[in-house]
Design a protein around this ligand. Sequence first.
Ligand code: NAD
Ligand code: MG
Length: 413
Amino acid sequence: MTATTTHSRSRHCQGVTILGSTGSIGINTLDVVSRHPEKYRVVALTANRQVNVMFEQCARFVPEVAVMADEASGLALEHKVREAGLKTKVHAGVEALKSTATLPEVDTVMAAIVGAAGLLPTLEAVRSGKRILLANKEPLVMCGDVFIQEANKSGAELLPIDSEHNAIFQCMPAGYRPGSSHEGIRRILLTCSGGPFRGASMDDLASVTPEQACAHPNWSMGKKISVDSATLMNKGLELIEACWLFNITPENVQIVIHPQSVIHSMVEYLDGSVLAQMGNPDMRTPIAHALAWPARIESGVASLNLFDIRRLEFEQPDLDRFPCLKLAYGAAKIKGTAPAIMNAANEVAVQAFLDGIIAFTDIPRVIEKVMEQVTVHHGPTVEVVLRDDTKARRYANTYITSLDDGRKGTAQC
Ligand code: NAD
Ligand code: MG
């Protein structure tokens, strides 16, 4: 741990950077932070293009720095901030975004950018020894071993925000550090709501619209993770995330469909004890937990009413109707760049589905095709991961175009 970090963590009021502050996790983080002005101070906020939401956040929290990844959006925000007479400095571009993760006055970085775009800024934060609240699961899926090694070197604390991984962390032995080895654990039970199409037939799945896929029954989230939750790729990504964070093999992670989303995951010990973390499905619980860890703070989440819930159900996942989960188990076992290739293909396929170019059931087809075509590299550096990510995106786009052209051709016949 660096001297700067030790010094700054001992201060009373923690400096916070939120990468992806205009998204679902970013907004929930600001909600929790705003409940504790004496404990947390917003130092930097970043987003991609949502100028109006970012401007409102700047007006309310007056961060020292606000960064838009998109240059034109940066100019638009700067204009608004200047007109309003706010003291916030506005920057744009990826380098500026990365620098917000390493500012000396920052103790905690919320990593809440969606997708692979969060990899480099989150890695910067890890290398500078901050406390990282890790919501952005894709970078860990892409190069989990690099993240764990870098955190070990810098002394960064990697605290999971994904509700399942935060639950597992809460059920681990006291003092457990994510990524390290452990004794006495038999397996992890990773819960999954089953998404909006749990009982749907294959025919129903083929005609799913983006609006239906984004309407999750229990959680309110960004569009990409909502589609991932509907295909169950989200659980596949979470399986790989769990393997890195808790140093466990995929064979020792059991995915359990639990439609009520009240148990957020469980840890089973060698003596047969199973510890579960429960609560209402509200991301402010894991955010507050990781912000204050090892202390506890008020999050704004209502008490769990077990009399209203009455029953908790559990089912096996159906890998035939939800092949993304099977693909993720495969990638988790192959390792190397396989998870990064799978993740890149998934990001491209989900965007094509949201844009109305491919069907919901084409998403696993695209991923499978890309995983067959792009060669996996083992023991990869970040550069190799990014190279395979680019190859996979290119191949996914080509395949999607061929699917689209084929269908247009058929329609014209
Ligand atoms: P979101 O789409 O609501 O927000 C994404 C944020 O990232 C926005 O602020 C956006 O401006 C920013 N962003 C998007 N593309 C960017 C780019 N190219 N460069 C820089 N910034 C960019 O997403 P979300 O639902 O808040 O999810 C964020 C991350 O947290 C995802 O990785 C998701 O898997 C994970 N997560 C979310 C939830 C949830 O409940 N929403 C739960 C668990 C994990
Ligand atoms: Mg989750």
